[in-house]
Design a protein around this ligand. Structure first.
Ligand SMILES: *Cc1c(COP(=O)(O)O)cnc(C)c1O
Length: 304
């Protein structure tokens, strides 16, 4: 199986604040990878799909929440690249299906629900054994898709950036994407993550563990900002939603409040607070995830 990386633009965005602080900001438009296999999830799945095929698996099983971008993307990738997919979803089934799960099912994913308590121990041998009895053998991709092969794919974002830069920024959920960016940078500039979750300290361990698969755990050119989680994962407030709306009006690029909105909010705040030295050039990776907006509308957390 050959999976070619899409060509996505690098777009400079402008703001009086950036001029005042003499900072350049570019967006790497990974939201444009594919209509369904969006953003970082494309890169994280790439080598896992190739590996699954190489090992002769016909089915890929993974885990996620009911609004997960990873579940959405995995289903679409399975359809496109010809592998059956099973999504183990946290919590009970709710009908009608929300837009994320509806799309996953339309793309042929089999949905299997797991109560929250069992979900916490989802990698338990007995549970995996039960799943194998039910579905046959499968290639397992962890929740969020973050493993050794995922970060190899994400690292390929770096050489496709055809400009010099000092900082590269990404939103963090499991940290797999930031780990991949760090791997791709190989100390040439600094990677800055923005935790989308409260208590994101665990991200340091996750990232070091992933980097250690490539003997890169001692790199120090990276950091995670823990200040812009807005109360926790998938928590949003009016200020953040307003920020995302204004961002679209100013730059004509859509962002969402679960990941990319929090990152861009953080970038603006750090620029205001002179975190970045004068003349810095910053790349913000747009990790996609815009399908999540449908989920927020479905839950009536946003109305546009
Ligand atoms: C999944 C996701 C992330 C988080 O990626 P991790 O590799 O889990 O840190 C960031 N942004 C978007 C839009 C995502 O869908």
């Amino acid at each position: 199986m050959i999976i070619e990386n899409p060509t996505t633009p690098l777009t400079e965005i402008f703001d009086p604040l950036f001029s005042e602080k003499q900072i350049k900001v570019f967006i790497k438009r990974e939201d444009l990878t594919d209509d369904f296999i969006s953003g970082n999830k494309f890169y994280k799945l790439k080598y896992n799909l190739i590996e699954a095929e190489k090992l002769g698996y016909k089915t890929l099983l993974t885990f996620g929440g009911a609004f997960s971008n990873h579940i959405h993307a995995t289903a679409a990738a399975g359809k496109k690249y010809g592998i059956k997919t099973i999504g183990v979803i946290r919590g009970e089934e709710h009908l009608p299906l929300n837009p994320t799960l509806n799309s996953a099912q339309e793309n042929g994913m089999t949905l299997e629900y797991l109560d929250r308590k069992s979900y916490r121990n989802k990698y338990d041998e007995t549970l995996i054994k039960k799943l194998k009895e039910k579905f046959g053998n499968f290639y397992l991709v962890p929740e969020g898709g973050s493993n050794e092969l995922a970060i190899k794919g994400v690292a390929e974002i770096i050489p496709a950036i055809n400009t010099q830069f000092n900082f590269i920024c990404s939103a963090c959920g499991t940290g797999g994407t930031l780990a991949g960016l760090i791997l791709g940078l190989d100390s040439k500039s600094f990677a800055l993550g923005f935790s989308a979750l409260k208590g994101g300290n665990f991200l340091y361990q996750n990232i070091k563990k992933l980097l250690s698969e490539y003997q890169k755990e001692n790199l120090t050119n990276w950091q995670i900002n823990l200040d812009y989680h807005f109360g926790g994962y998938a928590k949003v407030n009016n200020e953040l939603i307003e920020f995302c709306n204004e961002f679209y009006i100013k730059h004509k690029i859509e962002i969402e409040p679960i990941y990319t909105g929090k990152m861009f909010y953080g970038i603006y705040e750090l620029i205001k607070n002179d975190f970045f030295p004068k003349h810095s050039s910053i790349i913000a990776v747009h990790t996609g995830g815009l399908q999540g907006l449908n989920g927020l509308k479905f839950r009536k957390l946003i109305n546009k």
